[in-house]
Design a protein around this ligand. Sequence first.
Ligand code: ZN
Length: 63
Amino acid sequence: MSLIPTPTSKFMRVKCNECENEMIIFNHAKMIVKCQGKGCDEVIATPAGGKAEIHAEILEILN
Ligand SMILES: [Zn+2]
């Protein structure tokens, strides 16, 4: 897992480590983000002081 130290709000495309489902998430998530993959309940992001701590593979940062 890695903490992304970006100062601005961004969306990013991530891939679940568990089921490889790809999804777009917000890097300032204020709630726990779970994987949307079928039958997968992997936690993708958790709130960490205004930013989100990402627990998935980051494929792309979107502007
Ligand atoms: Zn998943």
